[in-house]
Design a protein around this ligand. Structure first.
Ligand code: NAG
Ligand code: NAG
Ligand code: NAG
Length: 366
């Protein structure tokens, strides 16, 4: 009798164990499938069944590097910062100031053979001191304008940085707030947008002032001394800001800084003219302990699902580019890999999980 009871007990225990294991397996599978269906970060969803483009070697390698966990490397950051600071000194030199550019001196343009003499009238348009002196920021967001930002939900994250740099007066606010945010501390303005979008500021100037208004009291950086044709229109922009009493703070990029940056990157394989994004990333590396890059992705397909991307998050205009974006991007991926900058290619907030599981499975999965 005792032997039989013992045997029954063991059989019963075994049954309980087996069924528990079975349920565990089932529940785990259910959880796994739920997670697989949700919008998880890039690193969790390896590209499956992708078109030819995404299987290309470069993109594949980039994703492999990118999918590893990012660990900030303070040592490398300090090293690169001190190198940039000693060779380029963006803190003092990125912007033309009354301190670094004397009245009566010559300014030598960086993109063509040309000089201009600093007359008292021109000198008056320069800011007194560099706005970056004695300033370092804990975190910076540098926002490239790549189509990858569309539907990224990265706005809040971008705005959470202490210092936010944007490029080429790209639109913020209303329709774009969720994806790119609004906070701006520095925005660049290249001449083509002044020439084509704002009629060289020879006609109505209010549209330009209204666009500037969306950036508040941000610094607005013009490449005034790159090409001869940039100078007059940059000055008109500055006078427009003054005439309309706009809170924007126009400043001029220093061609000397551009030349030293070009030399700096040339030794690292970037031979073509640097893009604005690369210049701003370089400046950020000098100013910020932690540099986060958004909207930097030079390929026409999204890295996660290969859907085709617009050229910019706000339009699909192709620029006739003199830059070598993929080469620059390679460098940034290397920096990401080394923990020097943080590239963001994934969407910022995962969409809420959509599942049809009963509540107790949600509890189990979480
Ligand atoms: C500026 O350039 C002009 C024309 O090349 C030259 O004559 C002049 O000496 C230069 N001035 C200075 C301060 O270098
Ligand atoms: C920067 O800091 C130094 C040392 O604290 C100080 O002497 C200098 O006046 C400061 N410069 C500016 C522009 O605030
Ligand atoms: C963004 O998402 C919306 C809704 O899902 C979609 O209609 C739109 O085409 C997407 N835009 C881009 C640029 O991917």
């Amino acid at each position: 009798m005792r032997g039989r009871r013992l045997r029954n007990f063991w059989i019963f225990s075994l049954l309980v164990l087996v069924s528990a294991a079975g349920w565990f397996a089932l529940y785990s599978l259910a959880c796994y499938r739920t997670e697989g269906n949700s919008q998880s970060p890039l690193k969790k969803t390896a590209p499956v069944q992708t078109p030819q483009y995404c299987r290309e070697k470069t993109v594949g390698n980039i994703l492999k590097v990118y999918s590893q966990d990012w660990i900030k490397q303070k040592g490398y950051i300090t090293l690169l910062r001190s190198e940039l600071n000693s060779k380029c000194n963006g803190v003092d030199k990125a912007i033309v100031t009354q301190t670094n550019t004397a009245m009566g001196s010559n300014i030598t343009y960086d993109a063509e053979k040309r000089i201009v003499k600093v007359t008292p009238k021109l000198f008056d348009t320069f800011v007194k001191d560099s706005p970056f002196i004695n300033k370092t920021f804990k975190t910076c967001s540098v926002v490239g304008n790549g189509g990858i930002l569309a539907n990224s939900s990265c706005g809040e994250e971008i705005d959470s940085a202490q210092f936010v740099i944007r490029c080429n007066l790209a639109p913020v606010g209303s329709g774009y707030r969720r994806d790119v945010g609004t906070k701006t501390n520095l925005v660049t303005s290249n001449p083509s947008i002044l020439l084509y979008k704002f009629g060289s500021l020879m006609e109505l100037r209010r549209p330009f002032v209204e666009r500037l208004g969306t950036f508040g009291d941000s610094l607005v950086l013009f490449p005034t001394f790159s090409y001869g044709q940039n100078t007059a229109v940059s000055l008109r922009a500055l006078y427009t800001v003054q005439d309309f009493g706009s809170p924007a703070r126009p400043v001029f990029m220093n061609p000397e800084y551009m030349r030293s940056l070009a030399r700096f990157w040339k030794t690292r394989g970037l031979k073509k003219r640097l893009s604005t994004g690369m210049m701003m990333a370089s400046l950020a590396l000098e100013l910020c302990d932690e540099v986060h890059l958004y909207g930097f992705w030079p390929y026409p397909q999204h890295p996660r699902d290969c859907r085709s991307l617009n050229n910019h998050y706000y339009d699909d205009m192709k620029a006739k580019s003199v830059h070598a974006m993929p080469v620059e991007f390679d460098q940034l991926v290397q920096f990401h890999n080394q923990g020097v900058v943080r590239l963001h290619l994934e969407e910022c907030t995962p969409r809420p999980k959509q599942s049809h599981l009963p509540f107790f499975l949600h509890w189990w999965c979480s």
